[in-house]
Design a protein around this ligand. Structure first.
Ligand SMILES: [Zn+2]
Length: 106
């Protein structure tokens, strides 16, 4: 089954099968101690750079900012949802989001 993944409106949205599913300005709790000095940084998504899929997990490479300390950057590929029978299923991004790194054993 082919799933269409796109970034729309200059990085404002992740589109899955032509439906806008994930928007910037969401607040994610980032489980990534290397991003900044905060425990579980509260991370505001400012721009979606690219979107991909890893197995059944939809991942996005996003730029954003920790609202705790102001650190900005790109934490890496972050899971934003799942695919189920070719449809997008939201995951709870307001709780801990586990970043995905290139090169990790998965
Ligand atoms: Zn921080």
């Amino acid at each position: 089954m082919t799933v269409s993944l796109r970034v729309l409106d200059d990085g404002a949205w992740v589109s899955v099968n032509d439906a806008r599913e994930v928007s910037v300005s969401e607040l994610w709790r980032l489980d990534d101690p290397s991003f900044c000095g905060c425990d579980l940084p509260d991370f505001v998504v400012e721009n979606v750079l690219s979107v991909g899929v890893d197995g059944r997990t939809v991942t996005a490479n996003v730029y954003g900012q920790c609202i705790g300390c102001g650190e900005t950057g790109v934490p890496g590929w972050v899971p934003v949802g799942r695919l189920s029978d070719g449809k997008f299923v939201d995951i709870d991004r307001e709780n801990t989001v586990l970043p995905v790194y290139d090169g990790d054993d998965r």
